[in-house]
Ligand binder design. Structure first.
Ligand code: GLN
Length: 485
């Protein structure tokens, strides 16, 4: 059962072979059993989840179920969910109970899905290993010495360990794709503006985008159908016709043109990851695809550009945590300024403080032109690289990450080496493009390898088709870590 697709679960619910309550209880029991070690969830509230499950069972009994009705979904703890503690992985919001639903949560509620709990994440989504969470590190279900990736590490570990059928994530520079790759699951970051950011706690608003994390591309398509759509409450939400992201899943791939960026296969890519990616590309050729070499010449600039722009936006977004409106407030202080200072000093972790300092610096009067403005100009060039590349191919493929999952603690004291683990994912956010990761095998240390698929703007349905056809021909997405079965 725990390996069933969403479609299979929906069919079992419709046929009354199981109920939403039973399904929810099964996953709550798995969480109780496995979460103490994995730490994938920050908040679980069985009573709340089961209340939703009972409501879903009523809808199903009345024949009013939709595809996600009654299905438990784990929510990244960055999405505000009314009545649920919503921490964003930070002490700053450790006591924050959200008074309203994020757009994404509202959509899942309207679809009759069950909120299974809030998943662990890097503090304010800043990180690539889930080690910056105030609520402790998450272990990779494939190897408990390894990180699950970040910042959506809790959602990734939860799906990989089958603690939930599916989960949500957010991706500012790779936080859906990178943890999906490191835990052997499937995740898609849609085109910027496709999923509303309303109620999704802001990190870097021009880059942040929510998306689904699940076992397969088919599941992701069904989840995206629920998550996507215009929302007037997010000024960057795009008013486009509603799409069925599953509509092209069955299309054959004959004639598909895959672009392989030479910069993604250069120095820095671990040989075992390179080999596994090459094997996946060979499989695509068997499915009828053609391969062309392309170039994304500004790839090397994406990390420095991102680490100017994302901290700049973060320093502005995180100014709201002042101990006055909500969240943590230092227990003792002399006056208002002292209260602000102590609250922020005590409430934020080291990585968040580093970003606020960098962001404030690059936005300051003397350095704005030299750093922030320059980075904005380079962002344009990085986006142009992709526009040029898509003249030669339908999708771009390459590794999601340069190595398989690294060890817990290995990079936590070396921010630059941590930042480099996002070298292949960050440019996609800078360009606003959709990107996804699918599992395609294992590295030398038996840890999962992810293939990244990058599409042109609004080509999610095509990308999901490309991923789904591979998953019909292979079974990497169905593999489960030994320790959790
Ligand atoms: N790892 C990147 C960072 O630390 C990206 C995080 C994300 O996508 N939220 O900022």
């Amino acid at each position: 059962m725990i390996n069933n697709s969403l479609k299979q679960l929906a069919a079992a619910l419709a046929a009354k072979k199981t109920s939403s309550r039973e399904l929810t209880q099964t996953y709550l029991a798995r969480i109780e059993q496995l979460n103490p070690e994995l730490n994938a969830f920050i908040t679980v509230d069985a009573e709340k989840s089961l209340t939703q499950a009972d409501a879903a069972d009523k809808l199903l009994a009345a024949g009013r179920g939709e595809v996600l009705t009654g299905i438990p979904i784990a929510q990244k703890d960055i999405f505000c969910a009314q009545g649920w503690r919503t921490t964003c992985g930070s002490k700053m919001l450790g006591n924050f109970i959200a008074p309203y639903d994020a757009h994404v949560i509202q959509r899942f509620n309207e679809a009759g899905a069950v909120n299974l709990g809030k998943t662990n994440m890097d503090e304010f989504a800043m990180g690539s290993s889930n080690e910056t969470s105030y609520f402790g590190q998450v272990k990779n279900p494939w190897d408990k010495l390894a990180v699950p990736g970040g910042s959506s590490g809790g959602s990734a570990a939860a799906v990989a360990a089958r603690l939930c059928p599916a989960a949500t994530g957010t991706d500012t520079g790779g936080s859906i794709r990178q943890p999906a790759a490191l835990t052997g699951i499937t995740g898609i970051k849609p085109t910027y503006g496709v999923v509303s950011r309303y109620g999704m706690i802001a990190f870097a608003s021009s880059l942040d985008q929510g998306g689904p994390m699940a076992k397969s591309a088919e599941d992701c398509a069904l989840l995206l159908n629920t998550m996507a759509g215009f929302d007037t409450r997010d000024s960057t939400s795009l008013d486009r016709p509603v799409e069925d992201y599953a509509r092209d899943l069955a299309q054959p791939l004959a004639g598909l043109k895959i672009g392989l960026p030479k910069e993604y296969f250069a120095a820095g890519l671990a040989p075992d990851v390179a080999q596994t990616i090459e094997a996946a590309i060979a499989e695509y050729k068997k499915l009828g695809a053609q391969v062309v070499e392309i170039s994304l010449p500004n790839t090397q600039l994406s990390i420095p550009v991102y680490y100017v722009l994302a901290p700049a936006e973060a320093s502005s977004n995180l100014a709201r945590y002042d101990g006055v409106r909500y969240g943590y407030r230092a227990p003792e202080y002399k006056d208002l300024t002292d209260m602000y200072q102590k609250t922020r000093a005590q409430g934020f972790g080291a990585e968040v403080k580093r970003r606020i300092l960098i962001g404030t610096y690059v936005l300051s009067a003397g350095y704005y032109d030299a750093y922030y403005l320059k980075a904005q100009k380079l962002r344009r060039l990085i986006a142009q690289d992709f526009t040029d590349a898509f003249k030669q191919c339908d999708v771009i493929m390459g590794p999601t990450t340069p190595t398989t999952a690294f060890n817990l603690g290995e990079k936590s004291n070396d921010p630059v080496s941590m930042y480099l683990s996002d070298i292949y994912t960050i440019a996609v956010n800078l360009a606003g493009l959709p990107g996804m990761s699918i599992p395609v095998g294992f590295g030398a240390n038996k840890r999962p390898v992810g293939l990244q698929i990058i599409g042109n703007y609004f080509s999610e349905a095509k990308m999901l088709n490309v991923a789904h056809q591979y998953q019909l021909a292979t079974d990497w997405h169905q593999r489960m870590p030994d320790a959790i079965a």
